[in-house]
Design a protein around this ligand. Sequence first.
Ligand code: CA2
Length: 148
Amino acid sequence: MKILIIHGPNLNMLGKREPDIYGADTLEEINSSLTAHAKELGVDVSFFQSNSEGEIVSTIQDAMSKHDGIVINPGAYTHTSVAIRDAILSSGLPVVEVHISNVYKREDFRQRSFISGVALGVISGFGVNSYFLGLSGLVEYLSDHGTG
Ligand code: CA2
């Protein structure tokens, strides 16, 4: 089972700014813990981070032929991107949307997601643990429903 984990804009700054909201771990540390977690689950994970909407769209398109599912933190594009939503929908892949912060406790503009309506599920507010919960949930879903 091959899972792609996508980190959207500004998440390359994790651990370097705003630790009160987004935690103290760097993206590299999070990815290496996720790799260890994936090994325990018996699945392969690969990672992609971009600050560019178009690169994220192209990566989702490419994932169709290479991966069985996606865990994505779309960052601020969550609240703006019809293009990422359309790419997820046309990929046909199961996608779990994750957020480090609880977006429903924050500003009004963060409470609209263009992604949630095409996602398998959404996890928000558990800190970086949201990624681990999202990965576990996706792997369990694929084990039960097949990788297609
Ligand atoms: O809570 C999340 O995971 C978000 O997706 C994070 C986005 C925000 O726009 C969403 O509403 C919720 C922002 C990511 C910014 O990441 C930073 C990390 C460290 C330092 C500065 C920014």
